[in-house]
Design a protein around this ligand. Sequence first.
Ligand code: IMP
Ligand code: MG
Length: 171
Amino acid sequence: MNVLLSAEQIQSRIRDLGAEIEREYPAGEEIHLVGVLKGGFMFMADLVRAMSARVTLDFIAVSSYQRSTRSSGEVRLIKDLDSSVEGRHVIIVEDIVDTGLTLTYLQDILRARSPRTLRTACLLSKPSRRKIEVTVEYIGFTIEDKFVVGYGLDYAEQYRNLAHIAVLEGQ
Ligand code: IMP
Ligand code: MG
């Protein structure tokens, strides 16, 4: 497998993203991160460590891909949040935005719960694959249309534990 982004490149970019997010929210106000399971878990873990103590977090789980490298276009809510997002500064933390269907679904259901603000952070973006226009305020890296694994991202539940991001063989 070819390394697309090394662990060092990822860590350095996330430190910058953490600092950028911190700067953009009023001092002292809590920022509530909503991590999207399972793919977003590693990005979430590193992003919160690049931020200050005013961060709280929760997780939500959705499913869109069924053991394949192409989206079925169907999004299902598998695990809901533990706490309410009403009146809070919420940031969705996702591994990758591909067609945009998953994020659009998540943004819609969270917006309906009246957060004070709602933004999105994605480690990766594949703009050439977009089926629906979706706003992502914080993007780690923009990549080509290649199926990637590692750093939370899987192929059939494999490779999530890699510290780097690689292009899946044959892609
Ligand atoms: P979307 O709904 O098409 O934007 O797909 C988003 C979800 O598909 C992501 O949260 C990932 O779980 C998965 N996904 C999209 N592209 C890739 C990839 O290149 N590798 C692994 N998972 C991917
Ligand atoms: Mg995902």
